[in-house]
Write a protein that binds this ligand. Structure first.
Ligand code: SF4
Ligand code: SF4
Ligand code: SF4
Ligand code: FES
Length: 482
């Protein structure tokens, strides 16, 4: 592709033709804030947080939706641009609950009195996204510390009906990311944008509670939501009660998927947190022994390989809770062609309650399992199938550590290796799990002469299953992930 010449913030740059101003800036480490934009989804350009000044243009341009042109001169951070972005945030906050802005602990109970943004002392902030919220981060960046506007409007009940994926419409800023991911990528079509003007909001199918909707509990809407409007229900107190209960043996499994969020929450440099520090922290927290997910995956993969070997014809395999729900909802007629094997979480719980309990001489009923992962699907599976006693995300781990003063920046990783030495003997070899992506086409490869397709999202699962249904499938092995 040809390049074009542009100037961004006085830097002469050569960038690929067809890129947006935002892409060109990011490729060159120039910061432009965004709110509705997600690089994998089509730009909605709803909030215009990403506006820039383009010389010769009569208005500010949304950088996420404006393509570069030869000779274009762009200013990303002028006073006028910053003032407009701040106004945008103030207008968003005019009808937004301010749970993370005021704090009873310091006697600051007036919603208009927003001097304290982020209290390092506190672990009881009301909002589940406190510390990892994109809106909160932008408010800090733009010093939105007063609320000049207030917009009265309807308030809605939280929808906790699933016990896992939970929606809080009052914290929704209507960026539509969840709608796009649920419809365009996952093809579940559960979420929709309904109503007009101030009444506009995101609702689940037929505006029914989530538990009565076709939601398959993949949790991808939680992943993309920039605020606390969709989240996984937390179980921090119950987990701690069990971890400290007399006669209970709590066994944890940590996935490295929680590390990026934990680093953000703990203000650590990206890539600096070692999983063994987290393991050490959890052991200090009262979890009797902790393993990493990598120690269990080998055992789990063996189950998958057995299924492939035993398959008569195409082997369609999955260990995903959300895929199981998806197949049941949309492909009930070929449900029996899909071989489901236990998730890594189920395998871990089985190993912990059976092998590990026997090894340590514990009664299997006294063993409680807790999985620490960013995978939201795990939380839903634990809640509905009991495949683990608890599944906790990075924020829950962070808040647990804050309560008891575990400092991940200082804890010695070697402590953890010593603590888990016995466990490492019991569990299998490490194999990386499949990561979700936003692509339309599945990943394909050839292994031992077999044509293999791996779906990294439910849209890809749909395409592969339709091929099976219509008789056009060309693969010997299909692995379905959500
Ligand atoms: S969603 Fe974000 S900005 Fe809103 S209360 Fe929660 S942390 Fe604060
Ligand atoms: S959990 Fe998945 S299926 Fe359910 S609403 Fe969110 S994206 Fe859609
Ligand atoms: S629920 Fe979250 S992702 Fe969905 S529109 Fe609202 S803010 Fe955006
Ligand atoms: S990020 Fe560009 S308009 Fe929202």
């Amino acid at each position: 592709m040809a390049n074009v010449h542009v100037t961004i913030d006085d830097r002469a740059l050569e960038v690929p033709e067809g890129s947006t101003i935002l892409e060109a800036a990011r490729q060159n480490d120039i910061h432009i804030p965004t709110l509705c934009y997600l690089k994998e989804l089509d730009p909605r350009a709803s909030f215009r947080m990403c506006i820039v000044e383009v010389e010769g243009a009569r208005t500010f341009m949304p950088s996420c939706a404006t393509k570069v042109r030869e000779g274009m001169v762009v200013h990303t951070n002028t006073d006028a641009v910053r003032a407009k972005r701040k106004l945008t945030l103030e207008l968003i906050m005019a009808h937004h609950p301010v749970d993370c802005h005021h704090c009873l602990r310091i006697g600051n109970t007036k919603e208009q009195d927003l001097d304290l943004w982020f209290c390092e002392m506190c672990f009881f902030c009301d909002c589940v996204r406190d510390g990892i919220c994109e809106l909160q981060a932008l408010n800090r960046e733009y010093h939105v510390d007063q609320l000049p506007f207030t917009i009265e409007g309807d308030r809605y009940e939280e929808d906790c009906s699933l016990g896992s994926v939970t929606r809080n419409p009052d914290k929704c800023i209507k960026c539509r990311r969840c709608v796009d991911v649920c419809n365009d990528i996952q093809t579940v079509h559960n979420l929709a944008y309904i109503g007009r003007g101030r009444q506009a909001r995101v609702a689940s199918a037929l505006d029914k509670p989530m538990a009565e909707s076709p939601c398959v509990r993949c949790g991808r809407c939680v992943d993309v939501c920039p605020t606390g409007a969709v989240y996984m229900q937390e179980h921090i107190d119950d987990m701690l009660d069990d971890a400290h209960a007399y006669g209970t043996h709590t066994v944890g499994m940590v996935s490295s998927s929680i590390l990026p969020d934990l680093e953000k929450l703990c203000h650590l440099e990206s890539g600096s947190l070692d999983i063994h520090r987290v393991i050490a922290g959890l052991v200090k927290e009262g979890v009797d022994c902790v393993v990493s997910e990598e120690q269990v995956i080998g055992e789990n993969q063996a189950l998958a390989e057995d299924l492939i070997e035993q398959a008569d014809g195409v082997a369609i395999i999955s260990n995903s809770f959300a895929v199981k729900n998806f197949v049941h909802e949309y492909f009930a007629d070929i449900e029996d062609k899909v071989s489901f094997y236990p998730s890594v979480q189920q395998t871990f719980t089985d190993l912990a309650k059976r092998k590990l309990a026997a090894e340590f001489g514990w009664d299997a009923d006294s063993v409680k399992t807790v999985v620490f992962t960013a995978g939201n699907e795990n939380g839903a599976e634990a809640h509905e199938l009991g495949s683990a006693d608890f599944s906790m995300n990075a924020r829950e781990v962070y808040r647990t550590f804050k309560r008891t003063g575990v400092d991940l920046g200082r804890i010695k990783p070697t402590d953890a290796l010593k603590q888990t030495r016995d466990v490492a003997r019991t569990f299998g070899a490490a194999t990386a799990p499949v990561a979700f992506n936003f692509e339309k086409a599945p990943e394909t490869m050839r292994i031992a002469g077999k044509k293999v397709a791996i779906a990294h999202n439910l849209g890809q699962c749909r395409a592969l299953l339709e091929g099976v249904k219509e008789g056009t499938n060309e693969f010997d092995v299909i692995r379905l992930c959500a």
